[in-house]
Design a protein around this ligand. Sequence first.
Ligand code: ATP
Length: 235
Amino acid sequence: MLELKSVRTYYGNIQALKGIDLLINRGEIITLIGANGAGKSTTLMSISGVVPPKSGEITLDGTSIVGMDPDRIVSLGISQVPEGRRIFPHLTVRENLDLGALLRKDKAEIRADLDYVFNLFPILAERRGQAGGTLSGGEQQMLAISRALMARPKLLLLDEPSLGLAPLIVQQIFEIIAQINSENGTTIFLVEQNANQALKVAHRGYVMENGRISLADTAEKLLSNEDVKNAYLGV
Ligand code: ATP
């Protein structure tokens, strides 16, 4: 579905991605793990068009998306949940969700998707009239994921959804990620520092070091890989 070939991305003179090759098949959960500053967020932002690559190719179902506006990329079916959630704190839960569907015109389907996310996260239904900024960290993450789902993406990009959340909430978020994938068939690209949990929910994974992919394998094999265990799994 999505393919990256020799992607190189810069911030001014700083080269954050040094030639990334990556493949995401339809229906998969793929995780990208790695240390702080390895280039994980930059990989997501290169895909979503927020920080376009300087060279290389990114194709969605065979169509090049490099150089397209982020809005256009959303309308083609790629939605990103940025690190740190970034919901609109002064808008209500419902208004935040409506913004996720801004580029759509299919009113009945939008209504059905609203029901779907309220069913996924009942707490958001209870708080639909409340300002986003009054929600807990976990609830804001649920809202950020739901807002992205309101665009009805075929590929959902998640940047560190577990960051700063209590263990029980983290568990719940990972369960929901698996549920979204299995119920809807939504393809998911999950960037995580919580490598253990991410690999447990993913089908395949990529390990990133210093702007390069250093390892790619099934999640199961990465979980039992000695180098991965030592560097990222804390065992
Ligand atoms: P983290 O988990 O800390 O977000 P990451 O693996 O997602 O790490 P990136 O945020 O993609 O890594 O950063 C990759 C490199 O690009 C790092 O060296 C970082 O310092 C640099 N970088 C990221 N954002 C910027 C920016 N806005 N301006 C300059 N350099 C940046």
